[in-house]
Design a protein around this ligand. Structure first.
Ligand SMILES: [Zn+2]
Length: 339
């Protein structure tokens, strides 16, 4: 079969390799669509020798072509989304099939490329669940790439009435508006911290999800997250005293501030002023990995829609062009490889 082998920074080569072996508890999947993840892009740009000779690609869907002797709940011909790796290739071998844990049947009306977004969507679903939002919380999502999209849509699916998205890329702003975020901030034109201050009458946001992963987004999250009791006293403005505020009465000096959800991978070291986290009594919560089953359920129910996020598709032979495209956030949300 053909597979794109990673040889080093900016060096993919599509080569002939041996087909994956079928295990008794496993299955062979013909890959139909595999998304380019930010982490793949990171390896592509900077990956060292330890990554060399690998087949990347972990956000994929495909058709079952063969199942092991012990597998009864999966049949050749089934369309599935898969949690696994090595999918910039024609076929992937799953060593052990666990239905609805690592292999998910696709509903008839879901395309392969939408199915391939289950994994990145699941990261956003996990972040939203970990944030434990209340309906009247003000939630801000910084960055509207694939992870940000899954995150803000998951907050909406959980019933949050005001979900605000801040982004600089034109294409990403357009698609976020079209998909129905409550407020979309063009951070290339206005300061998101000031805007959140206006919207919340100076209170700040209850939950800020950093889905951009840069020094500036981390600082924005720190500066726009709501302060707790100590901060309210320091600022001399008790929550509830401003017109348009949510009338949350001051309770005590130790009441909690808002939450900063760290959802993105930070590509570089960041220089950052962390003191407001302390003064505000804010909480920073790391979010990695996802809830594939929950994501698939929300996608099946139409509560999360990823189809409009797939802006470009390339055959496996053009993987280098595909990666160059994914690196242009102005024009792209998600690029799919179609082996
Ligand atoms: Zn990924």
């Amino acid at each position: 079969m053909k597979a794109a082998i990673f040889h080093g920074p900016r060096d993919f080569r599509v080569e002939e390799v041996s087909d994956p072996a079928l295990e008794p508890d496993g299955a062979i999947i013909r890959v139909k669509a595999c998304g380019i993840c930010g982490s793949d892009l990171h390896i592509y740009n900077l990956g060292g020798t330890e990554q060399s000779q690998r087949v990347l690609g972990h956000e994929f869907s495909g058709e079952v072509v063969d199942v092991g002797a012990n597998v009864t709940d999966l049949k050749p011909g089934m369309r599935v989304a898969v949690g696994g790796a090595g999918a910039y290739a024609e076929y992937v071998g799953i060593p052990r099939v666990m239905l609805n844990l690592n292999v998910f049947p696709l509903p008839e009306d879901m395309s392969y490329e939408a199915g391939a977004t289950t994994e990145p969507t699941s990261v956003g679903v996990n972040a939203a669940k970990r944030a434990e939002p209340k309906e009247d919380d003000i939630v801000v999502v910084l960055g509207a790439g694939m992870i940000g999209q899954g995150t803000w849509q998951a907050f909406k699916a959980m019933g949050v009435s005001r979900v605000i998205v801040s982004e600089i890329g034109k294409k990403r702003l357009e698609v976020t508006k079209a998909l129905g975020a409550d407020i979309v901030i063009n951070a290339a034109e206005e300061d998101p911290v000031e805007r959140i201050n206006e919207i919340t009458s100076g209170e700040g946001a209850d939950i800020v999800a950093d889905c951009a992963g840069s020094a500036s987004s981390l600082q924005q999250a720190t500066d726009m997250v709501r302060g707790g009791g100590y901060w309210q006293l320091m600022m001399g403005t008790q929550i509830g005293s401003q017109p348009g505020s949510r009338n949350r009465a001051f309770t005590d000096i130790l009441s909690d501030g808002g939450k900063i959800m760290m959802v993105a991978v930070y590509e570089n070291m960041v220089e950052w002023q962390p003191t407001p986290v302390m003064i505000k009594g804010a909480r920073m919560i790391g979010c990695s990995a996802g809830r594939l089953g929950d994501a698939m359920e929300l996608m099946r129910a139409g509560k999360i829609n990823t189809q409009p996020l797939i802006t470009h598709q390339f055959p496996l032979d053009e993987i280098t062009e595909a990666f160059a495209m994914q690196a242009r956030p102005e024009e792209v949300v998600k690029v799919m490889i179609r082996p």
